[in-house]
Design a protein around this ligand. Structure first.
Ligand code: FES
Length: 149
């Protein structure tokens, strides 16, 4: 009498391979979807100390200067003598956002994400705005961070 429920070693190995492939594929898709919905937060401000960005004269009105904040790309913009700074890693997929002096906004070149002068999303796919950094000026030098830190 033959047992029809019994599977061969070959069938077992094929099923194991198919199951493993399904788990890897499904896990990759789920991971990518979750990273898109919940992008990682850098929390840069928590560990940031003062960083000297440069002299006031280096950044004319309406212009910007890119710099690194603990190896993270950032930019400081001169808006009529007020300096605003942001991290420039796009919260969508991580491209580097650039200052567009002609339009007076920050632009992500990858998917045309646009950010206003407060780092908020104007349009495009970014799920949240840019991280705004504190700035202060001391003796003609622009710093990012808190003045008393
Ligand atoms: S990576 Fe910036 S909009 Fe997509």
């Amino acid at each position: 009498m033959e047992d029809s429920n019994k599977i061969t070693r070959r069938e077992f190995l094929v099923n194991l391979g198919v199951g493993f492939s399904f788990l890897v594929t499904f896990g990759s898709i789920l991971y990518t979807a979750l990273r898109y919905i919940y992008p990682p937060s850098k929390g840069l401000e928590s560990g940031a100390k003062q960083i000297l960005v440069g002299k006031i004269q280096e950044i004319p009105d309406g212009k910007a200067k890119e710099f690194l904040l603990h190896s993270a790309p950032a930019v400081v913009v001169n808006l009529k003598g007020e300096f605003k700074a942001f991290t420039t890693k796009c919260p969508h997929l991580g491209c580097i956002v650039k200052w567009d002096s002609g339009r007076g906004i920050l632009v992500c070149p990858c998917h045309d994400g646009l950010f206003d002068l407060n780092g908020n999303v104007i349009s495009g796919p970014p799920p949240r705005g840019l991280t705004k950094l504190s700035t202060f000026v001391k003796e003609d030098q622009i710093y990012v961070g808190r003045e008393n830190s």
